[in-house]
Ligand binder design. Structure first.
Ligand SMILES: [Zn+2]
Ligand SMILES: [Zn+2]
Length: 208
């Protein structure tokens, strides 16, 4: 896709002078980068190299599981257990995406958001990552799970969206951190924590 940052990173055409565009891990079909506008250190995105709207068809792929497990174990070693979530749009330009039309899942070293989500009077269905696709059909969705220290088709919960919501999980975490106005990464594209993550993960990988 033209002007897609993640496609640019995948194929190497994106400005690699910019340190935040560096891949921190890579497999044949996926890569991981440190998130711009990260609200906590260690905030990472797993991205398919192939441009598509959402991750729902990829959760069943063995390569995705292997790669995710590898990344989760690195992040766990550096920062502790992780949660994971996806804003799942179903078309280009949807408000549900968080500013990019290229699929990705967020992997974040953070405490459980289950109680927070329960408080929100939204309907959630329990499901494993591999069940997301059949549960949501063509609808847009939010998926949340707690892989902890390893990715093994984690069980989580999915909410089928009736209308688009932008940067939903960023809002939940920003509020939980007591900094609700920081949720929007477009107006808050800070790379301080992004670069710290890259440095820490690199250091860890060089030692192991
Ligand atoms: Zn793309
Ligand atoms: Zn996102």
């Amino acid at each position: 896709m033209d002007n897609c940052r993640f496609c640019g990173i995948a194929n190497g055409s994106m400005d690699t002078q910019k340190p935040e565009n560096v891949k921190i891990a890579e497999s044949e079909k996926f890569f991981a980068i440190s998130s711009v506008g990260a609200l906590v250190e260690g905030w990472t995105l797993i991205v398919p190299k192939h441009h598509c709207c959402s991750m729902k068809n990829l959760y069943t792929e063995e390569e995705f599981s292997t790669f995710s497990n590898q990344l989760v174990s690195i992040l766990t070693a550096c920062y502790g257990p992780v949660i994971a979530f996806e804003h799942g749009p179903n078309r280009e330009g949807s408000d549900t995406s968080c500013g990019t039309d290229h699929a990705h899942i967020h992997i974040v070293p953070y405490r459980s958001l289950m109680a927070k989500l329960d408080d929100m009077e939204m309907e959630w269905q329990t499901c494993s990552a591999s069940q997301v696709c059949e549960l949501v059909g063509r609808n847009e969705y939010l998926f949340y799970c707690e892989p902890g220290t390893k990715w093994d088709n984690p069980t989580g919960r999915v909410h089928v969206l009736k209308e688009p919501i932008s940067q939903f999980f960023r809002k939940v975490i920003a509020e939980d951190l007591g900094a609700p106005d920081k949720f929007n990464y477009k107006t808050n594209p800070d790379t301080t924590l992004t670069l710290k993550t890259i440095e820490r993960v690199r250091y860890y990988c060089a030692k192991h």
